[in-house]
Design a protein around this ligand. Structure first.
Ligand SMILES: Cc1cc2nc3c(=O)[nH]c(=O)nc-3n(C[C@H](O)[C@H](O)[C@H](O)COP(=O)(O)OP(=O)(O)OC[C@H]3O[C@@H](n4cnc5c(N)ncnc54)[C@H](O)[C@@H]3O)c2cc1C
Length: 586
C-alpha cells in the first residue's frame, strides 16, 4: 500500500519543503512508496506570486544575489546540506539586479523540478491544479483533503499546508467604504494583491486616492503608468495619456527608504550583542509574558544603536570623539535611554551622525507646508536626499543598522507573534523599493501624474465622493471618485477568504490573538486550543505564528525558514516510516 502525503500550496514554501523531503528521504524514508499530492491552482514552483502569467514590469524587491532556495553549512538543521545556485548564479544576472518576478518564477520552477528529480524512485509527485477547500478526518487516522470541483477527496496519511499569503474578508471599515462606493457609483479597491487586481475602472486623467506608500503602491504605480504604455526617457516620463492621477498618502506620508546601493567593506558588527538567544529565552521564560513596547523594543533600540555606532566608529572614526573600546564599554553599561543619549552626545559631535529611530519612523512629524505645490517640491527633495544618502558609503552606518535589523528579525522570530508594527517598521527601513523605482516616482511627480498628500492621511466618504486630507498641508483636500487601498490583505484565520483555514479553525485549530494559526515551533504541527499538536496536520508560512521571515533567504545567513522546512520534512518522513513499521508489525 503506497502512502499518501498531501501538500496544499506549491509556492516557494511548498517547493522548499519538497527540496528538504528529497534531501532527507534517502536517510529517513524506507517505505513501500509514497505519493506526494501537490495542490495549487497555480503551477508548482512559483505558485501564485511568482507565476509566469503576470506583467513583466513587476520586479522582485530583492537583489538577485540575495535570493537562494538552497541550504548551506550556516543552517542549523539535522538534515543534509544540498548546495545549489543562488538566483543570480542560476539566471546569470549581475548580483545587484532586481530581477522581474517572472525570472524568479523560472528559478523556482527549476528548483521544483530538481527536487522532484532528486526524490527516491519510489516517491512520485502529482500536481492537482485546484483549490483545497476542506481537510477533515479523525485525529488518529487518515485525513481527507477536499478539492474544489472534485467529488472525491484525496486521502492523506499526512497533510502539510504551505498556503502563503492569504486573501481576507474585508473588515468593517473596508466593507463600509465598498458599500458607499456601490451606492454612489464610485470605485473602491480594498487591500489585495496588486498583480491580481482589476485596475480597468481607474480611468485616464481621473484623480485616484491611494492609501499606502509601501511595496504594494510601487506595483500599482508601475501597472498604471508603464503598464498603460508610458515610457521613461532618462529622468523624464512620457505619458501615454491613459494614466490616472495618483494622490498617494499614508501614516508616514513618505515612501519606504531606498534599498542601499553599495557593498559592505571592513569588519561586520559582532551581532547579536544585546538581543540574542539569551535575551529571547529570558523573555519567553517570564511567567507573566512580555509586552513588545515595554520589554522588547528597548532591546531592539540598543541592538540597532550598537550596529550603527560600531560602523561609525570603525569606518568613520574622524566623526567620533572617543575610542571605540571606551564607547562600547559605556554603551553596554548605560542603564537607560537618557544615559545612552548623554554618552552619544559626548562621543558623536554631529547630531546628523546619531541614530534617532523615532525621527526615522515619523519623518513628517510636526512638519507643515503652506501649499500642496510646496509639499510636492519638499517631498521630491526628501526622496532625492534619501536616494543620495542610500547610495553614498559616507553614510555606511545605515548599512550597519540594516545588518542590525536583519539580526533582530532573526531573533524576534523566536518570540512568536509580536503583532504587525515591527514588521511594518522593518519593511520601511530595510525592505524598501529599489533605487530606480524611487527615481520613477520623482519623474511621475514632475509629470504631475503622482501627487503626494502627506502624513496621517485621512479619507472620508461624504457628499458622494472620497475626500483626502493631511495635517502636512493644512487646508488642502482632494476629492476623487476612486480610492485604492495599496496594501496586502491582513487576514486572520477566522477572516481568511480561504474556507480551508476557516474550517480548520472550526475543527479546533488554535489562533493567536492576532489571528495567526498556532503551530508547534519545533516541527510545524498544527496546535489545538489545548496546545496539543495534531499528529497528521502541519502548517508553515506567513499565516502561522512562527512567522519566519516571509522573504527569500540570503545565502549564508542561517535561513530560519530552511531550518523549519528541514524539521517538518524529517518529522513527516519519520512519521511515515514509523507508521509503516507499526503496520508491518501488526
Ligand atoms: C506581492 C509580493 C511580492 C513579494 N516580493 C518579494 C521579494 O521580492 N523578495 C522576497 O524575499 N520576498 C518577497 N515577498 C515575500 C513572499 O512571502 C515570499 O517571496 C514567498 O512568495 C512566500 O512563499 P509562500 O510559499 O509561503 O507563499 P506564496 O508565495 O503565497 O505561495 C502559497 C501558494 O499556496 C497556494 N494556496 C493558498 N491557498 C490554497 C488553497 N486553499 N488551495 C490550494 N492552493 C492554495 C497559492 O495559490 C500559492 O501558490 C513578496 C510577497 C508578496 C505578496
Amino acid at each position: 500500500m503506497r502512502q499518501q502525503l498531501v501538500i496544499v500550496g506549491a509556492g516557494p514554501r511548498g517547493t522548499g519543503l519538497l527540496e528538504r523531503l528529497a534531501a532527507n528521504a534517502p536517510e529517513l524514508y524506507a517505505g513501500p512508496g509514497l505519493d506526494i499530492h501537490l495542490v495549487d491552482p497555480h503551477p508548482p514552483g512559483g505558485g501564485r506570486i511568482w507565476r509566469q502569467a503576470q506583467s513583466p514590469l513587476l520586479w522582485m524587491n530583492s537583489q538577485a544575489e540575495d535570493v537562494t532556495m538552497f541550504t548551506d553549512d550556516t543552517v542549523a538543521m539535522a538534515g543534509p546540506v544540498r548546495e545549489g545556485p543562488t538566483l543570480h548564479e542560476w539566471a546569470r544576472l549581475d548580483g545587484r539586479t532586481f530581477p522581474d518576478r517572472r525570472t524568479q518564477g523560472r528559478y523556482l520552477r527549476w528548483v521544483y523540478e530538481r527536487a522532484v528529480a532528486d526524490l527516491p524512485p519510489n516517491v512520485t509527485v502529482h500536481h492537482h491544479p485546484r483549490r483545497a477547500v476542506r481537510v477533515d478526518g479523525p485525529r488518529e487516522g487518515r485525513q481527507r483533503v477536499w478539492l474544489e470541483g472534485r467529488p472525491d477527496p484525496l486521502r492523506a496519511d499526512l497533510v502539510i499546508l504551505t498556503l502563503g499569503h492569504l486573501d481576507g474578508e474585508p473588515d468593517a471599515e473596508q466593507a463600509e467604504l465598498s458599500a458607499y462606493a456601490r451606492e454612489h457609483g464610485l470605485v473602491h479597491l480594498p487591500p489585495d494583491f496588486t498583480a491580481d487586481s482589476d485596475l480597468t475602472a481607474l480611468a485616464p486623467g481621473e484623480p485616484v486616492l491611494v492609501r499606502g506608500f509601501g511595496l504594494a503602491f510601487v506595483d500599482l504605480m508601475v501597472l498604471l503608468t508603464e503598464g498603460r504604455g508610458g515610457q521613461y526617457e532618462g529622468e523624464t516620463y512620457r505619458p501615454s495619456g491613459r494614466e490616472p492621477v495618483l494622490y498617494v498618502g499614508s501614516r508616514r506620508g513618505v515612501p519606504y527608504h531606498s534599498k542601499i546601493g553599495y557593498d559592505w567593506t571592513g569588519d561586520r558588527p559582532p551581532l547579536p550583542r544585546f538581543l540574542g538567544p539569551a535575551e529571547v529565552a529570558e523573555l519567553l521564560a517570564r511567567p507573566a509574558g512580555f509586552d513588545f513596547r515595554r520589554d522588547v523594543w528597548p532591546l531592539v533600540e540598543k541592538e540597532l544603536g550598537f550596529a550603527h555606532y560600531h560602523r561609525l566608529f570603525t569606518a568613520h572614526p574622524g566623526r567620533t570623539a572617543m575610542a571605540w573600546a571606551d564607547f562600547e564599554e559605556k554603551y553596554a553599561a548605560a542603564g537607560d535611554p537618557a544615559e545612552t543619549r548623554a554618552l552619544v552626545a559626548a562621543a558623536v559631535p554631529d547630531p546628523a551622525d546619531r541614530l534617532d529611530l523615532t525621527a526615522l519612523d515619523h519623518p513628517l512629524e510636526g512638519v507643515r507646508y503652506a501649499s500642496h505645490e510646496d509639499f510636492q517640491e519638499g517631498l521630491r527633495g526628501y526622496i532625492e536626499d534619501d536616494l543620495r544618502r542610500r547610495h553614498d558609503p559616507a553614510h555606511s552606518p545605515d548599512l550597519g543598522v540594516f545588518l542590525g535589523l536583519l539580526s533582530v528579525y532573526g531573533q524576534l522570530v523566536r518570540l512568536g507573534d509580536i503583532g504587525s508594527w515591527w514588521h511594518g517598521f522593518f519593511s520601511y527601513l530595510a525592505s524598501g523599493p529599489p533605487g530606480p523605482r524611487l527615481r520613477q516616482m520623482l519623474a511621475l511627480s514632475r509629470a504631475g501624474l503622482l501627487r503626494f498628500v502627506g502624513a496621517g492621511m485621512t479619507v472620508t466618504a461624504e457628499d458622494g465622493v472620497f475626500r483626502a486630507t493631511s495635517p502636512t498641508v493644512p487646508g488642502f483636500s482632494v476629492e476623487a471618485r476612486a480610492l485604492v487601498e495599496a496594501r496586502l490583505p491582513e487576514p486572520t484565520v477566522r477572516r481568511a477568504r480561504d474556507s480551508l483555514l476557516r474550517e480548520l479553525h472550526a475543527d479546533g485549530a488554535a489562533e493567536t490573538p492576532d489571528g495567526l494559526l498556532r503551530v508547534d515551533p519545533g516541527d510545524g504541527r498544527v496546535l489545538d486550543r489545548a496546545g496539543r499538536p495534531h499528529p497528521r496536520r502541519f502548517a508553515l508560512g506567513p499565516y502561522t505564528d512562527t512567522r519566519a521571515p516571509g522573504a527569500f533567504t540570503r545565502p549564508r545567513t542561517g535561513g530560519p525558514a530552511f531550518r523549519q522546512n528541514d524539521a517538518t520534512a524529517r518529522a513527516v518522513l519519520a512519521f511515515l516510516s514509523g507508521s509503516l513499521v507499526k503496520e508491518l508489525a501488526r
